[in-house]
Design a protein around this ligand. Sequence first.
Ligand code: F6P
Length: 319
Amino acid sequence: MKKIGVLTSGGDAPGMNAAIRAVVRKAIYHNVEVCGIVAGYTGLISGHFRKLELGSVGDIIHRGGTMLLSARCEEFKTKEGQHKGLQQLKNAGIEGLVVIGGDGSYRGAKALTELGFPCIGVPGTIDNDIGCTQFTIGFDTALNTVIDAIDKIRDTANSHERTFIIEVMGRNAGDIALWSGLAGGAETIIIPEDNDDIRHICARLKKGEERGKKHSIIVVAEGVSSGIELGKEIKQLANIDTRVSVLGHIQRGGSPTAFDRVLASRLGARAVELLLQGKGGRAVGMQNNQVSDHSLDEIFKGNHSIDLNLLTLSKELSI
Ligand code: F6P
């Protein structure tokens, strides 16, 4: 392989730049040219490519976002869009592609692989919702952003003796809520993977109040409910006033943590190795601190499984 491409797609995640850097530097180390595809599959379809050299990825390891820009591309979900993209890759003499992104990005990589073009997926999303990897790039940084917010909200919750609801991202997954809730000492964590009833949650809040608990932090995953709706339900069922903070896109930004930089470096480099070994249709991941790789089919079959032991632990510790 003489030339490979790299793109970032879907929601950006801190550490994507570190992954791009790893792909570029590892490839050049092996005398392979790298072409950066701008704005994900949108740039692939339109042929918006730029050559990436060693210096192109200097001073980016610590930056959030993605230097290649990202997009959610509807057209690439169609056969026509996929064929256009494939033709652009061929025209540019690109022989393999590294796709850094989440679930939707992997579907694009799978489609291209099925058209005979080797692609490797690198899990880049704050949601931590990709199969066959314990951690995705960006998750740890997002967690630390959420924890910082929880700590600050705890100060005011404490001062005013109030119940706070903090709504966090994660799409349909509860990982951000679960891990940040545990790390932030939240009294209640509400995630899609658990079917705790709202009445039960309210009963717990009431019990806490009766025991003299003056303030409380509830972390809710966006995949369950909006913070505002949850606040209304709690008012109705338990007559407890709440304040709501929706953390939103702040969770996607910021300088990546050391963990995310190292993860991105290891996964990006392995993606290049796989392409150079002539392997396509695979995705890299991290299992028990070892870099692994799996077929894209396997990734879609096996859902990312959340560790519900952490939820049990949080309930035990936050009584
Ligand atoms: O997948 C990352 C993510 O931030 C989700 O947590 C969230 O639901 C979604 O993207 C928001 O997407 P957008 O930025 O397109 O509104």
